[in-house]
Write a protein that binds this ligand. Structure first.
Ligand code: G3P
Ligand code: MG
Length: 244
């Protein structure tokens, strides 16, 4: 099995993260899947943005949770990256799902509810993914253990992944107890033994965020199920060398 290459926030080295421009480019470059981050607006619309605050990636200010969708969609989410992308906008989850429906791409929707535990985020996202009949190719992930519990007890997606950046020798039993069937780990936690244990326990394992050639090769040699990368073209090139 090939290690799947997920474009992290789209092809985010070449285009502004989490915009249609970055997703389209990831698709054109041949990524197997797309990872994106979701938060809720004041009027409970799921939108694709990494930070809780608007300052880094838009020309707006304040928190995503304090603005309505109508207010957010007017913002420029491209010019911070390059003037070439002026006019790129924040996407709603629904716009993204409509676009991806006709493409053969996996989806990893990361719920950004570890700092702000948005009420009903899980059910709102699930309903939309189910409406577009994408559950069988969607991985839901979060750093929030309570959110994993809520998802695993109520919803069916292809996979529910616990994200972790901290070393924990009991991470597999911990993830299983919460109801996760996948682990998404920071690159520094990658060990061949952990990948082997995940395989034995039937837990998928993917690694973020892998942009350097040496790290990509180490992931591929370990046999992990996927990597998240800002440079999917580079990741595919080395995967083809290592795994073909
Ligand atoms: O889902 C993998 C990765 O995106 C998690 O971290 O901060 O880049 O969303 P972050
Ligand atoms: Mg993410």
């Amino acid at each position: 099995m090939f290690t799947k290459v997920f474009a992290h926030r789209g092809a985010s080295k070449q285009a502004p993260e989490n915009t249609m421009e970055a997703f389209k480019l990831a698709y054109e470059l041949g990524a197997d899947g797309i990872e994106t981050d979701v938060q809720l607006t004041k009027d409970h619309v799921p939108v694709l943005i990494h930070d809780e605050h608007l300052k880094r990636t838009t020309d707006g200010t304040g928190y995503v949770k304090d603005l309505t969708w109508d207010q957010l969609k007017m913002l420029d989410a491209g010019s911070w990256f390059s003037s070439k992308f002026t006019g790129a906008s924040i996407l709603s989850l629904e716009e993204f799902l409509q676009w991806i429906q006709s493409k053969s791409l996996y989806l990893n929707i990361e719920l950004k509810n570890n700092k702000i535990d948005y009420e009903h985020l899980e059910s709102i996202v699930y309903e939309q993914v189910a409406y577009y009949q994408l559950l069988d190719r969607t991985i839901m992930s979060t750093f929030n253990p309570n959110s994993i519990k809520r998802m695993s007890s109520s919803y069916q997606a292809k996979e529910i992944a616990l994200l972790t950046s901290k070393r924990n020798k009991n991470i597999i039993p911990y993830a299983k107890e919460l109801g996760a069937n996948a682990l998404h780990i920071k690159y520094s936690l990658l060990r061949p033994k952990l990948v082997k244990q995940c395989k034995e326990e039937n837990i998928s394992i993917r690694v973020y965020t892998v942009n350097k050639r040496r790290r990509m090769i180490r992931c591929y040699m370990s046999g992990c199920d996927g990597i998240f990368t800002d440079v999917p073209d580079k990741a595919l090139k080395y995967r083809n060398l290592v795994q073909s």
